[in-house]
Design a protein around this ligand. Structure first.
Ligand code: PMP
Length: 427
C-alpha cells in the first residue's frame, strides 16, 4: 500500500515550489501512485482505466514487465552520455527503428523529447536547402522551443517567439474547414504561400497526419500528396511529426503518414516510443543527414543506453503482443460504439480518428458547431468519478481525446463508452 503524502499535501507543495504555469486535469487532481498496463491507481488503491496514457507516454501499457526489465538491466550495467563511447543499445535500437521505415529513411538522430526532434528536423531542412521558410498547419502543435513554437499554430501555446520564416497554411480539417473533406483544395493554400509569400523556394513543410493537441483532426484525404507535391517542387523537405500518430497507434499503419500514402524526407517521433522513458528521434535519408557534419552536433543524453534499451524493448513488445493489430481491432470497435453514442446524443457533433487515436467533439448546436466547452470538462470530471480517464484538446477545448495504451481491450472500450453514455444521460 501507498504510504506517501496525500494529494492535498502534494498540491500544496506543488503550488509553493513549482512553476505557476504547471496545470493539471480535474478540479480535484488525481494522485497517481501506481500503474499497471491500461490501469492507474490512486493513493487509496482506487483503479482508473487510462484512456489517455498513450498520448502522454505509454505505448505497451504502464510498467510493462519486459520494458521494466530492459530498463533495470541497463541501468544496473551502465548509463552514460550517448556520445564519445560505443554502446550496443543505441545501435540496436536504431537498426530496429529503421526496419520500420519506408524508402531510404535509414539514418537516426536521437533526442530527449518531441520538441527537440522537431527543432532538429527543421534545422536540418533549413541547412539542407539553404532556405529559411517553413510551412506548417494552423492548429498544429510541434513543441515549445523557439523554432517549434513558431511552427505550432494555436495562440494558447505561443509566447512571443520570433516567428522567423514560418508560414501557417489552411488546416485541412474535414469537420470545421471551409472545403470539407477535399484535401486537394486545402493543399492549394500551400502552393499559394510558396507563390506569394516566399521566393518560390522553401526549406520545408511540417505536419502531423492526425493532429493530437489540435483535437484529433485527421487531415482531409488527398491533402498530404498534394501538399508534398508543391513543397517538393519548391525544393523543400517534407517532415512528418509522428509524435502522437506514429508507432502503430492508427492501427492500419505503423506511421501516420502512411494513412495518406506519402513518404516524407524526415520523420520525427517521441512520447510512446520509450513507453514513458524520455526519448525522441529524427529519421532521415543518408544524403540529408550529411548536413549535420558541417559543424559539431552534440546532445548529451539523446539516445543514451538506458532510453534506447527501453525503446528496443517497446518495439519487441509491440511485435510479440501484436499491438498494432490490437489498435486496429479494438480501436475500430471503440469508434463504432462512440459513433452509436453520437446517434443517441445531439451534443456529440463528431466522432473521428483512427485506431486508438480517437476524438469526440461536443457542440451545443450541431448546425453552428458551437463548442460545448463546459460540458466537455463536466463529462471528463464525471467519468473520472466513474473510474475512467480521458483527455481533452482542440482549440476550443471541446474535444475528448481517447488515446489509451495499445493493450486496451474490447471490455475496456465498453467500460469507457458506458461511462460516457451514463454521464451524458445524466446531464
Ligand atoms: N509534436 C506533437 C505532435 C506533440 O503532440 C508534442 C507534444 N504534445 C510534441 C511534438 C512535443 O513533444 P514534447 O512535449 O516531448 O517536447
Amino acid at each position: 500500500p501507498y504510504t506517501g503524502p496525500s494529494a492535498e499535501e502534494i498540491l500544496a507543495k506543488r503550488k509553493e515550489y513549482l512553476s505557476p504555469s504547471l496545470f493539471h486535469f480535474f478540479s480535484k487532481p488525481l494522485n497517481v501512485v501506481d500503474g499497471k498496463m491500461q490501469y492507474l491507481f490512486d493513493e487509496n488503491g482506487r483503479r482508473y482505466l487510462d484512456g489517455f496514457g498513450g498520448i502522454a507516454t505509454v505505448c505497451c501499457g504502464h510498467c510493462h514487465p519486459d520494458v521494466v526489465d530492459a530498463i533495470v538491466k541497463q541501468i544496473n550495467r551502465i548509463q552514460h552520455s550517448t556520445v564519445l563511447y560505443l554502446n550496443h543499445a543505441i545501435a540496436d535500437f536504431a537498426e530496429a527503428l529503421v526496419s520500420k521505415m519506408p524508402g531510404n529513411l535509414k539514418v537516426v538522430f536521437f533526442t530527449n523529447s518531441g520538441t527537440e526532434a522537431n527543432e532538429l528536423a527543421m534545422m536540418i531542412a533549413r541547412l539542407y536547402t539553404g532556405c529559411q521558410d517553413i510551412i506548417s498547419l494552423r492548429n498544429a502543435y510541434h513543441g515549445n522551443a523557439a523554432a517549434t513554437m513558431g511552427a505550432t499554430a494555436q495562440s494558447v501555446w505561443k509566447f512571443n517567439v520570433i516567428q522567423s520564416g514560418v508560414h501557417h497554411a489552411l488546416n485541412p480539417d474535414p469537420y470545421r474547414g471551409v472545403f470539407g473533406s477535399d484535401g486537394e483544395k486545402y493543399a492549394k493554400d500551400v502552393q499559394d504561400i510558396i507563390d506569394f509569400g516566399t521566393t518560390g523556394h522553401v526549406a520545408g513543410f511540417i505536419s502531423e497526419a492526425i493532429q493530437g493537441v489540435g483535437g484529433i483532426i485527421e487531415l482531409a484525404p488527398g491533402y498530404l500528396p498534394a501538399a508534398y507535391g508543391s513543397v517538393k517542387k519548391a525544393g523543400g523537405l517534407c517532415i512528418s511529426d509522428e509524435v502522437q500518430a506514429g508507432f502503430g497507434r492508427t492501427g492500419n499503419h505503423f506511421w501516420g503518414f502512411e494513412t495518406q500514402g506519402v513518404v516524407p524526407d524526415i520523420v520525427t517521433m517521441a512520447k510512446g516510443i520509450g513507453n514513458g522513458i524520455p526519448l525522441g528521434a529524427v529519421v532521415t535519408t543518408p544524403e540529408i543527414a550529411e548536413v549535420l557534419t558541417r559543424r559539431s552536433y552534440f546532445n548529451t543524453f539523446g539516445g543514451n543506453p538506458l532510453c534506447t534499451a527501453a525503446g528496443l524493448a517497446v518495439l519487441k513488445v509491440m511485435e510479440k503482443e501484436n499491438l498494432q493489430e490490437n489498435a486496429l481491432v479494438v480501436g475500430s470497435y471503440l469508434k463504432k460504439r462512440l459513433t452509436e453514442l453520437k446517434d443517441k446524443y445531439e451534443i456529440i457533433g463528431d466522432v473521428r480518428g483512427k485506431g486508438l487515436m480517437l476524438g469526440v467533439e461536443l457542440v451545443t448546436d450541431r448546425q453552428q458547431k458551437t463548442p460545448a466547452k463546459a460540458e466537455t470538462l463536466h463529462v471528463m470530471e464525471q467519468m473520472k468519478e466513474l473510474g475512467v480517464l480521458i483527455g481533452k484538446g482542440g482549440f476550443y477545448g471541446n474535444v475528448f481525446r481517447i488515446t489509451p495504451p495499445l493493450c486496451f481491450t474490447k471490455e475496456d472500450a465498453d467500460f469507457l463508452v458506458d461511462a460516457m453514455d451514463y454521464t451524458i444521460s445524466k446531464m
